[in-house]
Write a protein that binds this ligand. Structure first.
Ligand code: SF4
Length: 363
């Protein structure tokens, strides 16, 4: 391990590189703190290309903090549908409501006040304060941790809070007097496009190669050491796509958890056979399937942060009288209603694609 604990002065080289051709992103055209906040939260766990259309739609529908604070939860979830990690947007709304109450409807401009808001951690507070307000604070994400590890040829564990704290201190020691936001964005951009993960860093294109210890040692591809990944728990589910007269059944998720408040297709735990599914439908949803055909329509997997769902999916067309007997918590929605009114989490993406296809075949 290299014991170097001080970053070289990289600001001049980095900013020249950044000015010469950073990627165009709609939020970079704006200095509006609200826009920057929305983009930073969307970009957590999600790629830039995916975020852009969501960001544009979100800003158009909810152009300011007041509108975000006031919007109903279902409309908010619908705007977020497909981005996943819905807690992000729930926290954004709580933060917007706190800003209406305590900050005159504005995003606070100090790092500490930002940090005190729901859903804004050290990284987000640093990014917003530096980009929107020019504050000289760091914004250390996974990209920055990788670049710094390589610049210093450090094989530390970047998952540890102590490493992150050290890196934040190192960055703050070399932040330029002006353009701290651009500096932070440039470092993240370098990590996202040049100093990329695993064995693929594009050192030949890197503006910092002359200052980089790992490049000199030829160890860039080995750094930072991959953190040991915990195996995710696997949960098996059986999903029922119930159709009746051009409508499909959905239900509101009411149990506590990340997907609470979103809509789902009826389902149950375990991998059930067609016969077992009939019994489960009767027990859970009061639906007697009798002679209805229950057809397997495939399997799907969804990966959450700490667990995976392995889903077996069945399709069942019901007679109107059987659907009418079903529990009243089921809503029977048309294709248009599904598209416009009911946010369905990406965990059900495959099931939703089957439902859309099925409903589109109707006359
Ligand atoms: Fe990363 Fe290579 Fe640049 Fe060093 S020279 S910062 S390893 S891309």
């Amino acid at each position: 391990m290299n014991n170097n604990n001080k970053l070289p002065s990289i600001d001049a080289l980095l900013l020249v590189w950044y000015d010469a051709g950073n990627r165009k992103m709609p939020w970079r055209e704006s200095r509006n703190p609200y826009h920057i906040w929305v983009s930073e939260i969307m970009l957590q766990q999600t790629r830039v290309e995916t975020v852009i259309p969501y960001y544009q739609r979100f800003i158009e529908a909810l152009p300011d903090i007041a509108s975000l604070a006031a919007v109903d939860e279902q409309s908010l979830f619908k705007l977020w549908e497909g981005l996943g990690y819905y807690r992000r947007v729930q926290n954004m709304q709580k933060a917007a409501q706190a800003m209406m109450r305590e900050h005159g409807g504005k995003l606070p401009n100090s790092f500490e006040e930002l940090l005190a808001l729901p859903g804004i951690g050290l990284y987000s507070a640093g990014a917003i304060a530096s980009i929107a307000y020019g504050a000289r604070v760091s914004a250390v994400d996974g990209n920055v941790l990788r670049v710094v590890s390589r610049l210093l040829a450090q094989d530390w564990d970047i998952g540890r809070e102590s490493t992150k704290k050290t890196v934040r201190g190192m960055i703050e020691a070399i932040l330029p007097q002006t353009r701290a936001g651009d500096f932070n964005q440039a470092l993240m951009e370098l990590g996202a496009t040049v100093c990329v993960p695993a064995d693929k860093p594009k050192c030949a294109l890197c503006p910092l190669a002359s200052l980089c210890a790992a490049y000199e040692l030829g160890t860039a591809h080995l750094l930072p050491a991959a953190a040991e990944k915990k195996a995710r728990a696997v949960e098996h589910k059986t999903v029922f796509l119930l159709f009746c007269q051009g409508r499909a059944a959905i239900e509101l998720r009411t149990e506590q958890g990340v997907l609470k408040g979103l809509w789902q297709f009826p389902n149950t735990d375990g991998t059930l056979t067609a016969q077992e599914s009939k019994a489960a439908l009767e027990e859970l949803y009061s639906i007697k399937t009798d002679n209805a055909n229950i057809a397997g329509v495939g399997k799907a997997k969804h990966i959450f942060t700490h667990k995976e769902w392995h889903m077996t999916v069945y399709k069942i067309e019901l007679r109107a009288d059987k659907a009418a007997d079903a529990v009243k918590t089921l809503i029977w929605a048309t294709a248009d209603e599904l598209a416009q009114n009911y946010p369905i989490p990406s965990a059900f993406k495959y099931a939703l694609s089957i439902v859309k296809e099925q409903l589109s075949l109707l006359p």
